[in-house]
Design a protein around this ligand. Structure first.
Ligand code: NAP
Length: 282
């Protein structure tokens, strides 16, 4: 057996194409705030602007120096909250070391109507109500759902195992899948006998941040594998999943790169469109 390749590149390009008319009609604008020079952040931001260009969406890069103070950052956020021309904005994480502890405060300061990363408590909290309230869901979980939908992989009644419980991936994707009637198990670094659990997965989602963490002996035949991990190694970008050994026994699997990454960017663009629609309707 050889797995279907769940190409985020292909799915995202179809989804972006579909967003073009709405972008042309609504004319939203995305601002990305970057503090410092983290190379991974710069590369992600480049991909975000490329997607804006693809759909014809206005965008702006507010690139602040590494030593920007917390007060200055908060004042910029305040200005963006109050600028009617800005539909949505994100503060690219991670922030430099002197601001890392302030990340929750920074997230809290973003107006929920403009929180297109969906990391704020208001938008995360609404997701708990039901699928109908996933108005601005976090981009990576929302991208995973869109990828599964694009490839017509049902989740209802499936046992989905998520490895990783971060606030931006593991926890929100668990909620979104529960909203879609999946049976969800969420694992973390203290989970006992991880392989015993991952082997039960119909769909396995891995967001750990360790190259080739999931090995062949940890999955069952026919599993669908969603690899969220992005690990920079001497050998290039690697996922959390040992693709080479698992691909022959999986029924479907995402590549890294070209899997979840492009879907995350596309979800951000989609959130900007949704934010603009909601702002107009309000
Ligand atoms: P994170 O905040 O570091 O969380 C990692 C999670 O993995 C934690 O919940 C941790 O458990 C768990 N973990 C670590 N070791 C484990 C083990 N031995 N067994 C089971 N669980 C273990 O990471 P994140 O922000 O969610 O990101 C995860 C990966 O996804 C990274 O490689 C990141 O670069 C990538 N990512 C990719 C995208 C994309 O668009 N492609 C978006 C976001 C993130 P504890 O909570 O117990 O510590």
């Amino acid at each position: 057996m050889s797995a279907i390749l769940l190409s985020g590149k292909e799915a995202s390009s179809a989804l972006l194409e579909g967003l073009k008319p709405e972008v042309a009609k609504l004319d939203p604008k995305l601002v990305v705030v970057q503090v410092g020079e983290d190379p991974a952040s710069s590369s992600y931001i480049k991909q975000k602007f490329k997607a804006c260009e693809t759909v014809g969406m206005r965008s702006e890069h507010k690139h602040l120096p590494e030593d920007t103070s917390f007060e200055d950052l908060m004042s910029i956020i305040d200005n963006l909250n109050n600028d009617d021309d800005v539909t949505g904005f994100i503060v690219q994480l991670p922030l430099p070391k002197h601001l890392t502890d302030k990340e929750p405060e920074v997230n809290r300061a973003i107006d929920p109507k403009k929180d297109v990363d969906g990391f704020g408590a208001y938008n995360l909290g609404k997701m708990f109500l039901s699928k109908d309230y996933e108005d601005l869901p976090p981009a990576t979980p929302s991208g995973i759902i869109a990828l599964l939908e694009y490839y017509k992989i049902p989740v209802e009644g499936k046992h989905i195992v998520i490895v990783g419980r971060s606030n931006i991936v593991g926890k929100p994707i668990a909620v979104m899948l529960i909203n879609r009637s999946a049976t969800v198990t969420v694992c973390n670094s203290r989970t006992k006998d991880l392989a015993k659990i991952t082997k039960q997965a119909d769909i396995l989602i891995c967001a750990v941040g360790k190259a080739h963490f999931i090995t062949k002996d940890m999955v069952k035949d026919g599993v669908v594998v969603i690899d969220v991990g992005v690990n920079r190694t001497d050998d290039g970008l690697k996922g959390d999943v040992d693709f080479k050994s698992i691909e022959p026994i999986a029924s479907a699997i995402t590549p890294v790169p070209g899997g979840v990454g492009p879907m995350t960017v596309t979800s951000l663009i989609r959130n900007c469109v949704r934010a603009k629609e909601r702002q107009i309707n309000n």
